[in-house]
Design a protein around this ligand. Structure first.
Ligand code: FES
Length: 83
C-alpha cells in the first residue's frame, strides 16, 4: 500500500474496444500537467467482469463504469479535493 490515490483502469479487451485508451491517455496527461506523480498511482488491471459497463475505473475501493476522459478527471479531482 502507499499513500497515493490508487487508480486502476481496466485494460481488458472489452474495455479496450470501449476506448479505455482515451481514458488512460487523459489521466496520464492530467497527472503530468498538474505534477501529480507523487499523489496518484495509475495502473492497469485485468477484466473485472463488468465488460458491458466499460470502460471501468476503480479509485481506491470504489468502482466506476462507462468512464469517459472528462468523467475520469472529474472523479479523480473529487478525491484529490477530499485529501
Ligand atoms: S474488459 Fe473491462 S471489465 Fe471486462
Amino acid at each position: 500500500m502507499n499513500d497515493k490515490l490508487n487508480i486502476t483502469i481496466c485494460l481488458g479487451s472489452s474495455c479496450f474496444s470501449r476506448k479505455n485508451r482515451d481514458v488512460v491517455t487523459a489521466l496520464q496527461d492530467y497527472i503530468a500537467q498538474n505534477k501529480l506523480e507523487n499523489d496518484i498511482y495509475l495502473k492497469g488491471g485485468h477484466c473485472f467482469g463488468k465488460c458491458s459497463l466499460g470502460p471501468i475505473m476503480i479509485v481506491e475501493e470504489d468502482f466506476y463504469h462507462e468512464i469517459s476522459p472528462l468523467k475520469a478527471i472529474a472523479i479523480v479531482e473529487s478525491y484529490l479535493n477530499r485529501k
